[in-house]
Design a binder for this molecule. Structure first.
Ligand code: IMP
Ligand code: MG
Length: 182
C-alpha cells in the first residue's frame, strides 16, 4: 500500500503529538462541562479513538454515517445520511469530529441538522483541513493540520474504501485516482 502513495505527509508519531496538543486544548476548553461528541464515520474512526482516549472528561459519544463521494475524488455536494441516530444534543455542548474538511458540504449539512436539536453549543473539530476555496464555508474550532488541496489517504481516510488501515497519512498517487473502479 505504501507504494500507492506519492509521499507521506504525517507519520504516526507526528499525528500522535498533534493529538496530544488538541486533546489538551479541548480538555481545557470544556473543563467542568459534559460533552456530546458526534463522530462522522467512517473516516474519523482512528482519529476519534485516539483523540477521545486523551480527553479525561465525562462525555457521551454518538456516530453519524454520511456519504457524498460515491467512489469519486470530488464531493458531489449531495450529502446522504446513511444512518441518523438521534444524538443527545438538546441543551448539550456538542463537538463534531470529522477526518477532513474539503468542500464543506458534509460538515455544513451535519451542523445544520444538529442545530435543529437546539444544543447549548456546537463546535467543529477536524484532523485535516484543505486550504482551498470551499463550496460551503464551515467554521472550524479545532484543526489538526492544514494541508494543500490534494487527495490523501490513511489513518481512517479512504479511496474507494481502501487505505483506511494505514497508520500514517499520505498523498495518493494521482494516476490511481483516475483509474476505473474495480
Ligand atoms: P466535504 O463534504 O467535501 O468537505 O468532504 C468531507 C468528506 O469527504 C470527508 O469526511 C472525507 O470522508 C471525504 N474526503 C474529502 N477529502 C478527502 C481526501 O483527500 N481523502 C479522503 N477522503 C476525503
Ligand atoms: Mg468522512
Amino acid at each position: 500500500m505504501r507504494g500507492d502513495l506519492e509521499r507521506v505527509l504525517f507519520d504516526e508519531p507526528a499525528i500522535h503529538r498533534r493529538l496530544d496538543d488538541m486533546a489538551a486544548q479541548i480538555s481545557n476548553d470544556y473543563r467542568d462541562r459534559e460533552l456530546t461528541v458526534i463522530a462522522v464515520l467512517h473516516g474519523s474512526l482512528m482519529f476519534v479513538a485516539d483523540l477521545l482516549r486523551r480527553i479525561p472528561l465525562p462525555l457521551k459519544l454518538d456516530c453519524l454515517s454520511v456519504a457524498s463521494y460515491h467512489g469519486k475524488a470530488r464531493s458531489s455536494g449531495n450529502v446522504v445520511s446513511k444512518e441518523i441516530t438521534a444524538p443527545d444534543a438538546a441543551d448539550r455542548d456538542v463537538l463534531i469530529l470529522d477526518d477532513i474538511l474539503d468542500s464543506g458540504h458534509t460538515l455544513a449539512t451535519i451542523r445544520e441538522t444538529l442545530e435543529t436539536a437546539k444544543p447549548h453549543s456546537i463546535r467543529v473539530c477536524v484532523l485535516l483541513s484543505k486550504k482551498k476555496q470551499r463550496a460551503r464555508e464551515v467554521h472550524t474550532d479545532y484543526v489538526g493540520f492544514e494541508i494543500d488541496d490534494e487527495f490523501v489517504v490513511g489513518y481512517g481516510l479512504d479511496f474507494r474504501e481502501r487505505y483506511r488501515n494505514l497508520p500514517y497519512i499520505g498523498v495518493l498517487r494521482r494516476e490511481l485516482l483516475e483509474q476505473p473502479d474495480k
